[in-house]
Design a binder for this molecule. Structure first.
Ligand code: BDP
Length: 672
C-alpha cells in the first residue's frame, strides 16, 4: 500500500469501538475481521474495545446506539433490513469517526467487510456515506462435492469438505471458506452434490448429522446458512420403505422425522436442495406425481422449522432423441414447470438455470423467468467452468451473467429483467435470489487458475448489487488481489474483460453450443454430441447449420417467451447474431448483421480467438517482475496451455466446417 495512504488509514484505524445492545458472535467476528484485516494491511494492529471519545476511530454498531445519535437515525437503520449497513464518516471536528452500522449484527459484519474493501481499493475515508442492502435475499452457493472427496465438475483439486465418505476433521479450510463467503456477501451454502449418490451420501442420517452440525456451526459464525442436497428416494434408501411416492403417508412421515432430526442438530438449517427426475435421479414421475407434489411434500416436512425447499428445474428426458424435431431439450424446463405455476407451497423456491440448455458459453435466458408469476424462483449460475475452459482457460464470467440478469423478459412490460424476476421483485414474491455452482476446491489458491478467483468474487458482488458493472468488479478484484500498480491493474482488468469473448471466438459459434468432448466436456469435438441421445445437436450438414426453434417451422421454443422477445428471436432478421444458430438453421452463406457470411464468421473468429490468446500470453509476460514470481508463473503456465488448446479448437472447428461446406476461407489461410 502507498505509504502516504497507509498513514491516513492508520490515523482512522487506531481503535475499533464496538456497540451492540447484546453481545453477539457475528459482531465479534466482524471486529476480529477488522482488526486482522487492518492489521495485515497497515502493519499495525488497531485496538479493539475502548470508547469513541478519544480521537479518530472506527465505530462498529449493530442496532441502535447512543453513539449513532445524529449520525444514523433509527428509521434509517431499520430500513436497512436484516443485512444492510451504513458506512458514514461523522463526529465532531477533532473527534471524527467512521461508523459501520447495521440494523442487525449480520449487517454490521457485511459493513465491516465493505470497509476493508475500501481500504484495499484505496478509497478516501474522509466523507464516506454508503448505504447498501443486498438485491437478492438468498445468495447461495451449491457445492457439487461428493463424499469420496471428489468434486463433480471441479477443477481446483479435491473437496474441502469430505474425504473417504466422511466429513474432514481438520476444518481450517472450511473455516477460511466461510470467511471468504461472508466477505463477498454470500449467505447460504449447500455442501453436497445435487447428484446425491445412493450408497455414500447419508448426511441426513443420525449417524452423520453431528458432523454436519459442526460444519453448520462454522458457517453460522459468518452468517451463512447450511443446506443439504437430498435424494428423492431416501425413504427407500434409509427409511426401509418400498416407495418414495410423495403422497404416501409413510413417506411423508419419513421426511417429517428426518426434518425433525436435522433441526435437532442444526436449529437454523436452511433446507433441502433437490434434483429430481433428471439425468437418472429419482423423482415424483416414478409414481405418476408431478413436481409440485414432490416439492410440496418436502416443504411440509420443513415448514414447522422455517426451512425451505430449493427444487431444481433442470428436468429433461436425457434419453430422448428428438431428431424428429417434435420435442426439444430447450423446451423441457418450461414445459414441465409452467403448468405448475402457483401450485408450489410458499416455502418452495424453483431453481432455474440461466439458460434453457446447460451452462453453454452462450445461451438466451430461460423463458421460465417471467414465465412463472406465482412461484418463488432463484437463478442458477455456474461459476465452475465446466463448458468454459475448466479453469485451464481464462474466462471471466461476469459479463455473461450480467447479460442474463439484464435480459428483459417483458413479463410486465419493459424493464421486467431476469434480475427482478429472480429476486422476487417483479411479481412481489416473498422468496428469491441467486445460486451458483462453486468453482473452489482444496488447491492452495482455491480455484486452480488464479484468475478464476475473480469469478467467485464477482459472483458474490453481483448478487449483492446486480447493477455493478463487469468493469467495476474486474477492477476491484484486481486491486484487491494484486495492488494498485497501474500497469498491473489495467492489464489484468483488460484480460478479464476480454476473456469471455475470446473463449467464445474459438469455441462453439453463434450460440450453437455443445461442440465439446462428451462426458468430461473439455476440448473440441464437433460431432461428439451430434448422434447421441442427450438432445444437444447442431444439425450441421453440407448446406448449413443451426437448430430451428421457431414456432413457424421448428420446435416452437421461441413461443415460450413473451411476445416481444418471442418475435425478436423468431425472425432471422431480428435475432441477434450471437444467438443465431441457437434459434435458426441457416445456410453457410447466410449473411450476418456484421456483413459476413456464417462460414466466414466461423473462420474469422476462430483465427482471431487463437491469436487473441497468444496476445494474452504476451501481455501477461509484460507483468513479469511486477507481481510475485509464484503467481506470475502459475498464471503463465495456464495461459500457455490455453494458447495451445485454443489452436486445437481453431483447427478442429475450422476444418470441420471447411469440409462440410466446401467453402474456402476468403483470406486463404491454412485450415488443417
Ligand atoms: C451438467 C453437468 C452435470 C450436472 C448437471 C446438473 O454436466 O454434471 O449434474 O449439469 O446441473 O452441467 O444437474
Amino acid at each position: 500500500m502507498d505509504p502516504e495512504i497507509a498513514e491516513k488509514y492508520a490515523s482512522w484505524c487506531r481503535s475499533i469501538v464496538v456497540e451492540a445492545s447484546a453481545p453477539s458472535p457475528l459482531l465479534a467476528k466482524a471486529c476480529e475481521e477488522l482488526v486482522g484485516g487492518i492489521g495485515s494491511m497497515l502493519g499495525r494492529m488497531p485496538l479493539a474495545g475502548g470508547t469513541a471519545d478519544h480521537g479518530r476511530c472506527v465505530l462498529l454498531c449493530a442496532g441502535n446506539s447512543s453513539k449513532l445519535h445524529g449520525v444514523v437515525e433509527a428509521a434509517e437503520l431499520e430500513a436497512l433490513g436484516e443485512e444492510g449497513y451504513v458506512l458514514r464518516t461523522a463526529g465532531e471536528p477533532g473527534r471524527p469517526f467512521v461508523a459501520i452500522a447495521g440494523h442487525t449484527d449480520r449487517g454490521a459484519l457485511y459493513g465491516a467487510f465493505h470497509f476493508l474493501r475500501l481500504l484495499q481499493t484505496g478509497q478516501n475515508l474522509n466523507e464516506l456515506n454508503i448505504i447498501e442492502k443486498p438485491a437478492a435475499k438468498l445468495r447461495m452457493i451449491n457445492h457439487w462435492d461428493n463424499m469420496d472427496g471428489s468434486v463433480e465438475r471441479g477443477y481446483a483439486g479435491r473437496s474441502i469438505f469430505y474425504r473417504d465418505g466422511k466429513i474432514v476433521t481438520d476444518r481450517k479450510r472450511i473455516h477460511d471458506y466461510a470467511r471468504m463467503m461472508a466477505a463477498v456477501g454470500l449467505n447460504a451454502i449447500a455442501i453436497n452434490n445435487v447428484n446425491v449418490h445412493e450408497t455414500e451420501t447419508n448426511l441426513i442420517t443420525s449417524e452423520l448429522l453431528p458432523s454436519v452440525a459442526a460444519v453448520a456451526d462454522i458457517f453460522r459464525a459468518y452468517g451463512v446458512r447450511l443446506y443439504l442436497s437430498v435424494n428423492f428416494a431416501s425413504p427407500i434408501q434409509y427409511g426401509g420403505l418400498t416407495t418414495a411416492d410423495p403422497l404416501d403417508p409413510e413417506v411423508r412421515r419419513f421426511w417429517a422425522e428426518r426434518a425433525a432430526d436435522v433441526y435437532r442438530h442444526i436449529p437454523d438449517f436452511g433446507g433441502f436442495l433437490v434434483k429430481a427426475d433428471s439425468e437418472f435421479r429419482p423423482g415424483p414421475f416414478t409414481y405418476g406425481r408431478d413436481h409440485a407434489d414432490g416439492a410440496n411434500m418436502l416443504a411440509e416436512a420443513l415448514r414447522p422449522y422455517g426451512g425451505i425447499v430449493v427444487w431444481r428445474c433442470f428436468v429433461y428426458d436425457c434419453l430422448q432423441d428428438w431428431r424428429d424435431r417434435k420435442t426439444d431439450r430447450a423446451r423441457a424446463a418450461f414445459d414441465h414447470f409452467r403448468p405448475l405455476d402457483g401450485k408450489f407451497a410458499d416455502n418452495v423456491i424453483l431453481q432455474i438455470k440461466n439458460g434453457p440448455m446447460d451452462f453453454q458459453v452462450r445461451e438466451p435466458a430461460s423463458p421460465l423467468f417471467g414465465g412463472l408469476r406465482h412461484t418463488n424462483q432463484v437463478l442458477e449460475l455456474q461459476i465452475t467452468q465446466e463448458y468454459t475452459g475448466q479453469q485451464k482457460h481464462l474466462c471471466f464470467l461476469i459479463p455473461q451473467w450480467k447479460e442474463i440478469l439484464d435480459f428483459d423478459t417483458y413479463a410486465r412490460g419493459e424493464g421486467s429483467t431476469v434480475s427482478k424476476a429472480a429476486t422476487g421483485e417483479l411479481f412481489g414474491r416473498p422468496l428469491g435470489g441467486i445460486a451458483a455452482v462453486s468453482n473452489i476446491g482444496d488447491d492452495a489458491n482455491w480455484t486452480g487458475h488464479l484468475l478464476a478467483q475473480a469469478n467467485y468474487y464477482g459472483y458474490g458482488r453481483l448478487v449483492w448489487r446486480p447493477e455493478l458493472t463487469a468493469e467495476q468488479i474486474a477492477d476491484e478484484w484486481t486491486r484487491i488481489t494484486f495492488g494498485h500498480d497501474p500497469a498491473v491493474v489495467s492489464t489484468i482488468r483488460r484480460m478479464l474483460l476480454d476473456s469471455w469473448t475470446i473463449y467464445e471466438n474459438y469455441t462453439s459459434p453463434l450460440g450453437v453450443g455443445w461442440m465439446v468432448n462428451p462426458g468430461h466436456h473439455y476440448g473440441p469435438n464437433v460431432d461428439g454430441y451430434e448422434y447421441s441421445k442427450w438432445g444437444t445437436y447442431h444439425y450441421a450438414d453440407c448446406h448449413g447449420i443451426g437448430v430451428d426453434r421457431t414456432v413457424k417451422s421448428g420446435t416452437g421454443y421461441t413461443g415460450q417467451y413473451h411476445d416481444k422477445v418471442a418475435s425478436r428471436f423468431e425472425s432471422i432478421e431480428s435475432c441477434p447474431d450471437e444467438l443465431l444458430l441457437f434459434f435458426h438453421h441457416v445456410p453457410y452463406t447466410h449473411v450476418l448483421k456484421s456483413g459476413k457470411t456464417v462460414i466466414q464468421h466461423i473462420y474469422d473468429t476462430h483465427f482471431e480467438g487463437a491469436e487473441q490468446v497468444d496476445k494474452l500470453v504476451d501481455v501477461w509476460r509484460g507483468l513479469e517482475g511486477r507481481i510475485d514470481g509464484d503467481r506470475y508463473a502459475s498464471v503463465l503456465s495456464r495461459l500457455q496451455e490455453q494458447s495451445k488448446h485454443a489452436k486445437e479448437w481453431r483447427d478442429v472447428i475450422n476444418s470441420y466446417f471447411l469440409r462440410k461446406s466446401g467453402i474456402a476461407d476468403e483470406q486463404g489461410r491454412t485450415i488443417y
